[in-house]
Design a protein around this ligand. Structure first.
Ligand code: NAD
Ligand code: UDP
Ligand code: UDP
Length: 324
């Protein structure tokens, strides 16, 4: 959907994996984009191709500090998302989710503009219902190694709904399920990037635990489409809305598919399962489907093939550099 030229959109975490794709999409739709990022897990290279765009601006800033800018809409994505990254400095992770949400809500309140929160399926914890609907309140350990992320995101959701109740603000909350695609960080420990990089290098593919735990993976373009549709939906559609691809599979199946698509000779090995690792996860997306007319379009094989092509390019370039 095209934007009027005056539409200025803030994307926090805009140089991360999802944020960089979102910035691209919003520019393509005709908006002006202000990308705010402290480069904790995101990189300038993710948005380098946008730097010359006359409607794009990049600002280095940490959302745990107040931000005074003038915009028409806010997408709040700033937060490390992979377990390796968010557990690196767990206190900062909670601060980013909670204080970052307060600051961005304060900004949205002053400007009287719509604000969308990138929440997560992790707020369901290790779910006791399957698939997960938005009514489910979750099964989260409040004091474990994943809690900084899970509880931080839960508190951010609370803040969004309290700002709506207390100040009548237009808010949107998306609960994003596992998403993959080009510009995932190669070393962030997430399963799709780990398996692809291991397969391309001919290294062992590391399945944690027995590999029978399940996840459902959404291709990044589909996810971005869902976020933009949610932002553009009528004010009464606040969410929380699950956004993800319901196609569920085990980590063993994912490992085998990755080996097949890369033509790799890598062997599968098993490593210990991390603490509090959810056993199964699959979104029920009937609400997003009914309210936004949204369903993911990209089959896993196609999305994985594009992601493999991205990592092939990246590894060739970086390994080429090393050998010079
Ligand atoms: P990412 O780590 O690639 O991107 C996060 C971005 O936020 C990075 O660019 C990072 O530098 C920035 N950031 C972190 N702390 C910040 C701070 N204090 N101030 C400013 N910028 C900060 O992760 P992603 O996968 O792109 O995730 C984006 C958002 O979507 C996150 O909020 C994450 O919780 C949510 N999400 C992602 C997934 C997924 O599968 N990728 C699933 C559920 C939710
Ligand atoms: N804030 C901001 N930019 C603004 C307005 C507010 O970063 O344009 C921050 C500010 O630091 C404040 C927070 O948002 O602490 C919450 O703002 P709110 O108005 O809700 O509360 P208060 O100012 O009363 O703390
Ligand atoms: N996983 C795995 N091997 C890896 C990385 C992850 O088997 O090299 C497993 C992990 O234990 C989890 C699933 O893959 O069960 C998804 O992990 P990821 O960190 O990508 O996402 P999350 O656990 O946050 O859903």
């Amino acid at each position: 959907m095209p934007y009027s030229l005056a539409e200025r959109i803030l994307v926090t975490g805009g140089s991360g994996f999802l944020g960089s794709h979102l910035c691209e999409r919003l520019l393509a739709n005709g908006a002006e984009v202000l990308c705010v990022d402290n480069f904790f897990t995101g990189t300038r290279s993710n948005v380098e191709h946008l730097l010359d765009h006359h409607r794009f601006e990049l600002l280095r800033h940490d959302v745990t500090f107040p931000l005074y800018v003038e915009v028409d809409q806010i997408y709040n994505l700033a937060c490390p998302a992979s377990p390796v990254h968010y557990q690196h400095d767990p206190v900062q992770t909670t601060k980013t989710s909670v204080i970052g949400a307060i600051n961005m809500l304060g900004l949205a309140k002053r400007l009287r503009v719509k604000i969308l929160q990138a929440s997560t399926s992790e707020i369901y914890g290790d779910p006791t219902t399957h698939p997960q609907t938005e009514e489910y309140w979750g099964n989260v350990n409040p004091i474990g190694p994943r809690s900084c992320y899970d509880e931080g995101k839960r508190c951010a959701e609370t803040l969004f709904f309290d700002y709506r109740r207390q100040h009548g603000m237009p808010i949107k909350v998306a609960r994003i399920f596992n998403t993959y695609g080009p510009r995932m960080h190669p070393n962030d420990g997430r399963v799709v990037s780990n398996f692809i990089v291991q397969a391309l290098r001919g290294n062992d593919i590391t399945i944690y635990g027995d590999g029978l735990q399940s996840r459902a993976f959404c291709y990044v373009d589909d996810l971005i489409d869902g976020l933009v549709r949610l932002m553009q939906s009528p004010d009464e559609v606040t969410g929380p809305l699950n956004l993800g691809n319901p196609h569920e599979m085990t980590m063993r199946e994912l490992a085998e598919l990755t080996i097949e698509l890369t033509g790799s000779r890598s062997k599968i090995v098993h490593r210990p399962l991390p603490q509090d690792d959810p056993r199964q996860r699959q979104p029920d997306i009937s609400r997003a489907n009914a309210l936004l007319g949204w369903t993911p379009q990209t089959p896993l094989r196609q999305g994985l093939a594009r992601t493999i092509a991205y990592f092939e390019g990246m590894l060739t370039e970086s390994e080429g550099r090393v050998s010079h």
